[in-house]
Design a binder for this molecule. Sequence first.
Ligand code: ATP
Ligand code: MG
Length: 578
Amino acid sequence: MRLSQAFLPTRKEDPADAEVVSHRLLVRAGYIRMIARGIYTFLPLGWRSVRKIEAVVREEMDRAGALEIMMPAVQPAELWEESGRWDEYGPELLRLTDRKGADFCVGPTHEEVVTDLVRGDIKSYKQLPINLYQIQTKFRDEVRPRFGLMRGREFVMKDAYSFDVDIESAETSYQAMFDAYHRIFQRLGFEYRAVEADTGNIGGSTSHEFQVLADTGEDEIVSCSQCGYAANVEKAEIRVDATDREDVELHPTEKVPTPNASSISDVAAFLDKAPQEIVKTLIFQAEETLVAVLLRGDHDANPIKIATYLRDHTDIEVGDLHLATDAAITKATNAPVGFAGPVGLSIPVFADLAIRPLANFTVGANEADTHLLNVNYDRDFQVTAFADLRLAREGDACGRCGGALTSHRGIEVGHVFLLGDKYSRSMEAHFLDQNGRHQPMQMGCYGIGVTRILAAVVEQNHDDDGIIWPMAIAPYHAILTVLHPDNEDVMAIANDYYQQLQDAGVEVLLDDRNAGIGAKFKDADLIGIPLRVTLGARGVKEGQAELKLRHAPDKEFLSIDDVVPRVIDEVHSALHKS
Ligand code: ATP
Ligand code: MG
């Protein structure tokens, strides 16, 4: 592509709403433009890189035996009513009505459509297993679209769905996808982790997220260098020595005023105590009841662990467990929010294991601007059960081996999920087994955020001057920067390089614009092309051209005839490494 004819609108200014570097650079380098919140156009360079990501994903899906299809973006409500998700999905689902008044949605995901497809045409165990995938635009009306392509409302996803005769076979399909995902993310050059993930209200089955390590990631993950265990903090198991409190003297409880001190840090400062000596009481709303959860002041609740514990160990109808509303808290505690405590509460109290060794701790008094000192469980209130209810954090003991966990931020670029028969049962996707019996198919679903990957690559590959693409997804492999395009000798060589490189399969940009030298270099760095060849009048006179790798600091001078073979060599070796 000749830049004199290209559509490559670079900008000096960052977009006003940009919080992360990938958003800034993709806009400034002319890869994307926002048209509405979380909705973007891909410009020529941006789309070329997206297509390259898709190509890697497609190759590995095909290699793993998945079959590409294309499902509609607009889906009839009836299918979602069958699965129960028309009501469950909430406002993230963009709903629309056609001219006849029939309800539709714009697909945020395609379990319903694919299950409908498969139940219509697959009737026998002989037709299974099957894995169908597509690469398509999804729409989710996210509450907080942000970070450019990282959390958009409209985005491109690869989604695959496997159908098997039984769980064992479904696990094999899952493993094939898991392996394919590793190949994809290795080829894309990511530093990433596959982490165990929560399976949400689908329950029971297996799930992994693929997380690209980046400080700007929205997820927190922990990993153990000793045994390799890695998990989303939402799910991470930790090992806790739940020792009972020592045989210390239990002091009499004392009520103290704590005016306006409702947060742990306020209370700690006001009473001159460490957060570890204060116990916080969180009130959660289950389906019909409230429950209290006690945590040490410096710990954070893990709502997913809490919900799982309640589901597995109590009769409480958990539903969609969430923090209770201010009104519900005030009603349960007779006090404004911020002063809840376990003493005198008439709802079940679950305590994190870290509470067990504590004696004489401080809690809210269920009274405005008041706390209680020297509170002790058993004596002052009853704990329904002690359990691991908190978020894992750096330094915690690994739940598998006891080693120290380290924590990282991650960008979720892929998710594999063993679904079981959630959709096949509700939507009656049945097959006849070898014995002539009807069985629901066992499903898995597997997503990759194609456009989120574009942003994640930039998060991991940039410097102050711009993007540094890995060869495999750079929109072009090389850029020929012509400093004096009006010099015929220089342009003759440039045109010759341009032709030869393209003939050899190298994707080249030719910067033949009548622009300043500084602007040309700045643009080349900003758009992040891996190889730059610079041709100027003086160099050409001396029989030399300059070669610079975007990721390396130094320039190299080559004789005119050596440039083309060298560039071909660099491109091929970089592509074959990945
Ligand atoms: P998240 O927790 O980030 O919202 P999710 O669990 O909703 O993700 P899935 O339903 O598993 O995501 O979707 C599969 C993949 O699609 C994700 O792993 C992610 O890479 C991508 N994805 C999901 N939501 C978005 C979004 N709003 N913008 C861009 N990509 C997204
Ligand atoms: Mg989501």
